[in-house]
Design a protein around this ligand. Structure first.
Ligand code: ACO
Length: 430
């Protein structure tokens, strides 16, 4: 065997094993050959939070957390944010290449012709209490779509998979806008094909009684950029959930509802909402040092800081921070901006955060923009879920193309009781 291998000596037996290294990785299953004796099951790896385990071979998103690099299909995120639109980036993530003008026109037509929501799905959304968290409504509505499109269960059919992808990308915007309208107690706005994806989304969110809604071009561009930045992020918690559920060959609506549920948590996509709640709780710049002390004592968490992969800076956060000024010129600054800047200033110089490589992530800044746009805090995670649906579906389609797709089924280390006999209830002791 060449040098691309790992030699392991099992000190229990003195046996030596050579394990191939491919792409800087060993296959966990190769360790199974390492046994104490013939009866032994073989060596397992233990990695409950998947800190050092690759679960996919993917050609979609490249991320280097040490250098702060993020690329979709090879294109740097900075270039896509500067020049692309969300629809074009969605095409790139799904098909692997930037579209020609004709391909983009067809793609936009295909998506815009799936934006209407079946009235049953709308009724379901309207049946939630007005105060329901928009993410609960979003998750419920996505999952219900599976019941409306039974063809989605044919996960082996390539054309059906693309059709579900188009439906999902189109309908998540409508569902997202409807969750907001429900929350506000306003009637739903149906989609308008004449507007682009983001313009139509803004119309469904904000149109009141005016006959013709014209989206503000600065805000439309800002949402395009935010949607591009949130579209994919390789094997994070929610994307892994999409793949795990999809591996059982469940329909993609069910898998996507699961992915959205994973995103909802405050340590993941729910962090943008948690950041705003934290800033509101701090209340004023003079309370910032006291809050930082609480974080350092372990009594609070600095939401919007830290990342499992980025250990230097989050390139998405830097793009949003620059863009925020353009948005604030239209909307006026977020009232919490000064508190956020002071928190950031202290945290970037304080040894507690520097030594743990805790930098602001994408969620630290995005909420300030949404707040300046007058969006209620509880809709922020929906603003994340809409574009991330593109990444989830692209990752699902990539996985479904694999020749040797297997259901995900991890192992465990059993730490419970050994075998024991059943005890009749009258003989049991408290
Ligand atoms: N505030 C204070 N301390 C923190 C923070 C934080 N936000 N994040 C991590 N730490 C500390 C931990 O307490 C730990 O300290 P210790 O070594 O003294 O025990 C150390 O930094 C390492 O943290 P881990 O929890 O091991 O890091 P992990 O990679 O598991 O977690 C995570 C990453 C979940 C993002 C974490 O940094 C966090 O909770 N951040 C706040 C929530 C957030 O902003 N999430 C959004 C992430 S981006 C996204 O999902 C879109």
């Amino acid at each position: 065997m060449g040098s691309d291998s790992l030699t392991i000596v099992d000190n229990r037996t003195g046996q030596k094993y050579e394990i191939p290294i491919v792409d800087g990785t060993i296959r966990a299953i190769d360790l199974r050959a390492i046994k104490k004796d013939k009866e032994d099951f073989g060596l397992l790896t233990y990695d409950p939070a998947l800190l050092n385990t690759a679960t996919a071979r993917s050609a979609i998103t490249f991320l280097d957390g040490e250098k702060g690099i993020l690329r979709y299909r090879g294109y740097p995120i900075e270039q896509l944010a500067a020049h692309s639109t969300f629809m074009e980036t969605a095409y790139l993530l799904i098909f692997g290449q930037l579209p020609t003008a004709t391909q983009l026109e067809k793609w936009e037509w295909d998506i815009s012709h799936h934006t209407l929501l079946h009235t049953n799905a709308q009724k379901l959304i309207e049946s939630f209490r007005h105060s329901a968290h928009p993410m609960s409504v979003f998750i419920g509505a996505i999952s219900a779509l599976g019941s409306l499109y039974p063809d989605a269960r044919d996960t082996a059919c390539v054309e059906c998979r693309l059709l579900q992808a188009q439906r999902i990308i189109a309908k998540v915007a409508t569902i997202g806008a409807f969750t907001y309208r429900l929350n506000q107690g306003w009637p739903m706005n149906y989609p308008d094909d004449e507007l682009g994806y983001v313009g139509n989304y803004l119309r469904m969110m904000f149109r009141m009684t005016e006959h013709k809604y014209v989206p503000n071009p600065v805000l439309e561009r800002a949402i395009n950029v935010l949607f591009i930045l949130h579209a994919d992020h390789e094997q994070n918690c929610s994307t892994s959930t999409m793949r795990v559920i999809g591996s059982s060959q469940a329909d993609p609506y069910s898998a996507l509802a699961g992915a959205a549920a994973a995103l909802y948590g405050p340590l993941h996509g729910g962090a943008n909402e948690a950041v705003l709640l934290m800033l509101e709780q701090i209340g004023s710049v003079r309370n910032v040092p006291g809050f930082i002390d609480k974080v350092k004592k372990g009594e609070a968490k600095l939401m919007g800081f830290g990342h499992r992969v980025y250990k230097n800076f989050d390139p998405r956060g830097q793009i949003i921070k620059k863009m925020a000024h353009e948005v604030f010129e239209v909307t006026g600054a977020s009232p919490l901006q000064d508190i956020a800047l002071e928190l950031e200033r202290i945290a970037l110089h304080d040894d507690y955060f520097v030594s743990r490589k805790l930098y602001p992530n994408v969620d630290f800044y995005s909420g300030l923009i949404y707040q300046a746009m007058n969006l209620p805090t509880n809709i922020f995670t929906v603003m994340f879920a809409i574009p991330r649906s593109v990444g989830w579906i692209a990752q699902w389609m990539e996985m479904m193309r694999e020749d040797d797709l297997k259901i995900v089924r991890p192992r465990q280390i059993y730490v419970g009781e050994g075998a024991r006999d059943y005890v009749p209830i009258e003989s049991r002791k408290a």
